[in-house]
Design a protein around this ligand. Structure first.
Ligand code: ATP
Ligand code: SF4
Ligand code: MG
Length: 404
């Protein structure tokens, strides 16, 4: 196992709820409530969970955009969560973030060159002033955009191209960790695959480690080495992608997976259907004991009082982390391993060349505006194409998946 680069221990973020004229604190939203994990050099750790479970808050804590209520975030052994001043600035250079919405996360009044080069204002030591323009052009090229478009504004780019700008900015300081908060969720399905491919390419070339936050389990499995499942501010399960997707031991993971469309038509009828009762409880008043007990079909008395620890528990083959007193593996789909099923379009081999190279090969390097077009191979388009459920109806859209 490669060395640990980022480590979160007992990470907590509680937001005060203020009410009344005096704005007195009436309680707390427990957005992140005791999260532990290690991120290894060069790996991708996926984070999935329903809306409001604390994924974005966790992302912001990891880059220290917010200070935690308690707990630590260590980058190569140095505590970021409690650092300040010069020390924090130096540590921050190593951990950068890419946001979900490429439309609102880029300042419309700044040129692309200024947006990507902005981090150099805060960290002038990275690139001397005279070399910044050249460096920004190199970054544009690295993410598959035309370096000559350095003076254009965000509105002159498509959604996928804007996310490339966001990624170029994220890697400008040559960080070792990139936190990606739903980086492809706002993009058209045909463009999602290109951005995921770009991220995989950059990871290989730059040796980056990713924390990849998303609610789409298929995208997360595709890109992640390990996956963690969050529920109401805590991690329910954590393991290698194969362990979590094929031998989930936590009932919440099992329920989430039962709502994921199955790529292989011959396996669709064999999938377990688990329909959870009730809504996600409020993070301001989470259930006692196991937070999932109000919706869990396996809950017993112990679950109402004892908080289950996220520890290694047997999964039928080996063991991986699960926070359930009664963890046991349950196969939700006979196999979701793409190497075992008949080749299916949705999981067809992805072309890992960067879009510019593909465009060049296809002779479509630039459009009339001189912009490199968004190119998609058929396999790439299918990878994230709209899906069908067991009956051949269109698959659930992400928002509908939330109410599993
Ligand atoms: N600044 C804040 N002040 C108060 N509450 C907040 C703040 N930021 C987040 N929260 C609350 O914390 C909880 C977790 O929010 P968060 O945005 O981290 O969830 P998420 O998993 O990213 O959801 P989504 O999938 O919708 O992006 C939510 O209940 C949210 O309302
Ligand atoms: S600890 Fe109990 S309530 Fe929680 S997931 Fe396990 S069985 Fe369900
Ligand atoms: Mg979020």
């Amino acid at each position: 196992m490669p060395e640990v680069i980022l480590q979160a221990r007992d990470l907590v973020k509680h937001y005060p709820i203020r009410r009344g004229i005096l704005r007195t604190v009436q309680g707390h939203v427990k957005a992140v409530d005791g999260v532990n994990f290690d991120l290894h050099k060069g790996e991708t750790l996926g984070v999935v969970g329903e809306s409001g479970c604390g994924k974005s808050t966790l992302g912001r804590l990891l880059v220290r955009l917010e200070a935690p209520t308690s707990g630590t975030v260590e980058f190569e052994g140095a505590d970021m969560a409690n650092a300040s001043g010069k020390e924090l600035r130096a540590l921050r250079r190593n951990i950068q973030i890419v946001f979900q919405d490429p439309y609102t996360s880029l300042n419309p009044r700044m040129t692309v060159g200024d947006i990507i080069g902005e981090p150099f204002e805060i960290h002038p030591e990275v690139v001397p002033k005279g070399g910044r323009r050249k460096r920004v052009q190199e970054l544009l090229d690295l993410v598959g955009l035309n370096p000559e478009h350095i003076n254009r504004y965000p509105h002159q780019f498509s959604g996928g191209q804007r996310q490339r700008i966001g990624i170029a900015r994220g890697i400008a300081l040559d960080p070792k960790v990139l936190i990606c908060d739903e980086p492809v969720s706002a993009l058209d399905v045909s463009v999602q695959a290109q951005v995921v491919n770009l991220m995989e390419k950059l990871q290989t070339e730059l040796g980056l480690a990713y924390v990849f936050i998303a609610h789409d389990l298929s995208v997360v499995r595709h890109i992640s080495d390990r996956v963690s499942v969050m529920y109401l501010g805590k991690m329910a399960e954590l393991g290698h992608e194969e362990e979590v997707y094929e031998r989930p031991t936590h009932p919440y993971t099992q329920a989430l997976l039962s709502a994921v469309p199955v790529p292989d038509p011959t396996l669709r009828g064999k999938r377990q259907h688990i329909v959870l009762q009730g809504d996600v409880p409020s993070p301001a008043n989470p259930p006692s004991g196991c937070r999932f007990h109000t919706r869990c079909w396996k809950a017993r008395e112990k679950c109402k009082t004892d908080v289950p620890e996220l520890i290694l528990r047997p999964d039928g083959v080996g063991e991986h982390f699960s926070a359930c007193h009664f963890a046991e593996p349950q196969v939700i789909v006979p196999t979701t391993d793409v190497s075992d099923v008949e080749p299916d379009e949705r999981f067809a081999e992805v072309d890992h060349r960067d879009p510019a190279t593909i465009a060049e090969a296809e002779g479509t390097l630039q459009d009339a505006d001189g912009l490199r077009p968004e190119t998609t191979t058929e396999a790439q388009a299918n990878l994230f194409a709209p899906i069908q459920d067991d009956e051949g109806h269109p698959g659930r859209v992400p928002d509908e998946r939330r109410d599993v």
